[in-house]
Design a protein around this ligand. Structure first.
Ligand SMILES: [Zn+2]
Length: 404
């Protein structure tokens, strides 16, 4: 293995800086649509460590640039976090970075603030090592609102600010391995209608909940027979919520709605998923309607973007030069051969790869099992290692793309 010691050694020298920066980010809570304070802090750090340019786009994502060569490489981490849930279930203060036995705890540590901290300092290291930036432009972006609507902010940014991106590296937690895809998803609502009547005489009405009941059962059974893929796994469907519309608790309800989380494996699309639902005998007998939900997100900047809640399945082929460059980067900068895997959850790759068809891969610190959990954490050792990887990737990518 051809290890270049400069990366690991250089990154070790910035261990304290990147750790302190991550602690600062955790101490700025940044729930979705309220990311302004963390955006300002990231922008300051980018300027301090020598990025050539830092801007905030109309939707509120922060964008730092290094170099101005022809190959546009984008490193993306989202910078919003989910809420804490019941804080009493946490061992540590959720919005205070706490280090115990070499592990840093706090909301957003694994998802996804360790990544943006490492990416910014990876850029700093790249500069400090004097790497020739004439052949690439490195964009490090911290995107907003990913937890509410994956892909929306990155799509806006890749359409408006960085339209020539050739490769996107997502920092979502991979435990320092290389990932190359995940299942897509769609959110549907199904509605049944009935006729309200006094609950003392149910025979006078039509109960919308009873019309929905066999639909719920058939959706549970549908989950068992959905398609599977050897790499991405099986498509799934979950009834995640049920609502009824009724004149009173002493009435026959005249409306019922269920909400579905549908995960889509290879070969499944929003159209195929909708057709499967509409073909269920209970949906036809109950005259249920199937609706694809939409998302409308008002950013802290005031800009509102909206989208259908359909997030495409994506996989970058294992033999793609971006994946090859990622493996070579791990070998050269970290002295290890990574496993090639995929995420269980969904990421901003639904827009970069799924919608815009820009080759996308993943490399990030922390283990995805801690995302959204009360044990949200990242090993401190991951921070300099990830920074070394991010510093080394652009050069490896340009070499692999040139040899293609
Ligand atoms: Zn995430």
């Amino acid at each position: 293995m051809n290890v270049d010691e400069r990366y690991a050694q250089g990154a070790e020298g910035l261990r304290d800086d990147v750790t302190r920066f991550l602690a600062d980010l955790i101490e700025r809570p940044s729930l979705s649509r309220d990311e302004n304070a963390v955006v300002q802090r990231i922008g300051e750090e980018m300027k301090a460590v020598g990025f050539d340019d830092v801007v905030v786009d109309g939707f509120g994502s922060v964008i730092g640039r290094i170099g101005d060569g022809p190959v546009h490489i984008v490193f993306d981490s989202h910078i919003d976090v989910v809420n804490t849930g019941d804080p009493s279930l946490w061992r540590t203060e959720p919005f205070t970075a706490t280090i115990e036995n070499g592990v840093l705890y706090g909301r957003g540590a694994s998802d996804n603030k360790a990544a943006i901290a490492s990416m910014v300092h990876g850029g700093a290291l790249l500069r400090r090592l004097g790497i020739d930036t004439s052949r690439f432009t490195l964009w490090v972006v911290g995107t907003v609102q990913e937890e509410d609507c994956d892909g929306l902010a990155l799509e806006y940014l890749l359409t408006n600010t960085i339209p020539k991106a050739e490769i996107v590296v997502l920092g979502e937690a991979t435990n320092l391995q290389v990932y190359r895809g995940h299942r897509g998803r769609a959110e549907f609502a199904l509605h049944t209608t009935g006729r309200a009547a006094h609950a003392s005489a149910p025979e006078r009405g039509v109960n919308a909940i009873y019309r929905m009941a066999p639909i719920v059962e058939q959706i549970e059974a549908l989950n068992e027979r959905l398609a599977s893929d050897p790499f991405l796994g099986k498509g799934t469907v979950v009834v995640s919520k049920i609502d009824a519309q009724t004149p009173s608790l002493n009435a026959v309800p005249d409306g019922c709605t269920i909400y579905l989380d549908r995960r889509l494996t290879i070969g499944e699309t929003v159209e195929s998923a909708r057709a499967e639902l509409e073909a269920l005998p209970s949906v036809q007998e109950g005259a249920a309607t199937v609706e694809l939900l939409t998302y409308e997100g008002r950013a802290y900047t005031g800009l509102t973007l909206s989208t259908d809640k359909y997030f495409r399945t994506w996989v970058t082929p294992e033999d793609h030069h971006g994946v090859r460059a990622a493996v070579e980067t791990s070998e050269r900068a970290l002295g290890m051969t990574p496993q090639i895997g995929r995420w269980v959850f969904s990421t901003n790759g639904v827009s970069s790869a799924g919608k815009l068809e820009i080759p996308t891969i993943g490399f990030g610190p922390a283990n995805e099992v801690y995302a959204h959990s009360v044990d949200d954490q990242c090993p401190v050792d991951h921070l300099p290692l990830a920074a070394a990887w991010y510093a080394a990737f652009p050069e490896r990518y340009v070499a692999a793309a040139g040899a293609r």
